[in-house]
Write a protein that binds this ligand. Structure first.
Ligand code: ADP
Length: 414
């Protein structure tokens, strides 16, 4: 089955076409047919396209909205220009899997999209006003293009965290606010945390019940998940993706009184402060330079800039603090998993985060750590009681596999 995986944002559309079915899943022989991204939709859009393992190419096209972008994209993939032999027309796409950011309390697993599910995603717009409307646009665009009969599946960022217990998801605010506005922790990056948990147990040949790990997804957005017996029991992101770890442009945890203080002192509205905490804070806010960890690290090496030093120090300290907190929350773990652009590619940051963790039995092996860049591998030393791994995430693969399983009515394996 050729599954088109879509992640639709406000002005971007990330896509992959993956050939998979139950047999391929069992044999780990899913095939990546093509992938890419359309950015700056709404004007002269930039398309990045990569067929199979060939080099990426970039070109532009005037694309008014997501529907037009999707139509253009599928025509391009099916054309001779694309270099994709498996897709000759839109009929060669057999299903669509969508990344949907917020599934609220309603969706604990991926769902076949029908009128009721679409309504459920709409009902969660209040919880993710910046994300869910774009995800819906992607679903509607796919329905217009492929017709009603093609199965579409929603895979939610929040679903994996449904197992988080009340004591971890409730905020200590008046309870009626939870009832009235569903104010609680939901958590995000669920597909990524689920994928690395699945890879960890494949690597160690463990069962789901034997999976006791702390997963650190460190990309532009960053989050930690405490996974006990295969289930998420706590996570650092909250009602929105702003809470928790320090991120590229997001502050993560802070004293909530600061919001009012900034608003008063700087003459800003609450939503302007919200914007500041989401887009001007984190690594960018402290360094005053960039949200890009790679640039910060090279700047540190070349110029030893003090604010760059501080940004990296606060980032690593916060991550270490969460490892400690989650070890307590879950009564100990067997491994810490690093994933996301930073977690997969930066041995320096992984080592910094794990510094002085010998008390918890966590010791990084410098050579293994240095060798494991952009690939799966153990990075802790042989005498480390708490293991550490780097595992590249693959949310698109999980979305494609979920899409197949949901369509075939197969139970959730992870
Ligand atoms: P997103 O969360 O948007 O999917 P990614 O997972 O791609 O983002 O992570 C982006 C982050 O990963 C950026 O801060 C980038 O600088 C960082 N990154 C990528 N490669 C490296 C590297 N080799 N060293 C340090 N940081 C890296």
């Amino acid at each position: 089955m050729n599954v088109l995986v879509l992640n639709s944002g406000s002005s971007s559309l990330k896509f992959q076409v993956i050939a998979t079915d139950l047999d391929r899943i069992n044999r780990h022989q899913d095939e990546r047919i093509c992938r890419g991204e359309v950015e700056r939709i709404g004007g002269e859009a930039i398309v990045t396209f990569q067929p199979g393992a060939e080099p990426r190419r970039k070109f532009t096209a005037p694309l008014r909205d997501i529907s037009v972008a999707l139509d253009y994209l599928v025509r391009y993939i099916a054309s001779d220009k694309s270099g994709v032999s498996q897709i000759r027309s839109s009929a060669d796409i057999h299903a669509v899997g969508h990344r949907v950011v917020h599934g609220g309390e309603m969706f604990s697993e991926s769902a076949l999209i029908d009128g009721k599910v679409l309504q459920g995603i709409e009902d969660c717009i209040d919880l993710a006003p910046l994300h869910n409307p774009n995800n819906i646009k992607g679903i509607v665009a796919a329905r217009e293009l492929f017709g009603k009969d093609i199965p579409q599946v929603a895979v939610f960022d929040t679903a994996f965290h449904h197992s988080v217990p009340e004591q971890a998801y409730l905020y200590a605010v008046p309870y009626h606010l939870y009832r009235r506005h569903r104010i609680r922790r939901y958590g995000f990056h669920g597909t990524s945390h689920r994928y690395v948990a699945f890879r960890y147990r494949a690597l160690r040949e463990l069962t789901r019940e034997q999976t006791n790990i702390i997963a650190l997804h460190l990309g532009n957005g960053c989050s930690a998940a405490a996974i006990r017996q295969g289930n998420s029991v706590d996570t650092s992101m909250g009602m929105t993706p702003l809470e928790g770890l320090v991120m590229g442009t997001r502050s993560g945890d802070l004293d909530p009184a600061i919001v009012n203080l900034i608003a008063t002192k700087e003459g800003m509205s609450p939503s302007e402060v919200d914007m500041l905490l989401n887009t001007q804070s984190g690594l960018l806010g402290i360094s005053g330079l960039t949200n890009d960890m790679r640039l910060l690290q090279s700047e540190l090496k070349e110029n030893a800039d003090r604010r760059v030093q501080l940004a990296i120090a606060v980032f690593c300290y916060r991550a270490r603090k969460y490892i400690g907190a989650f070890l307590a929350a879950m009564g100990g773990a067997d491994a810490v998993i690093f994933t996301g652009g930073i977690g997969e590619n930066s041995p320096e940051i992984r080592a910094r985060i794990c510094e002085d963790m010998e008390w918890a039995g966590l010791m990084i092996d410098p050579a293994r750590n240095q060798q494991t860049i952009g690939q799966e591998g153990l990075i802790s030393s042989d005498d480390s009681r708490l293991l550490a791994y780097a595992i590249p995430t693959d949310e698109e693969l999980l979305i494609a596999r979920d899409t197949v399983r949901v369509i075939l009515g197969q139970p959730h394996p992870s």
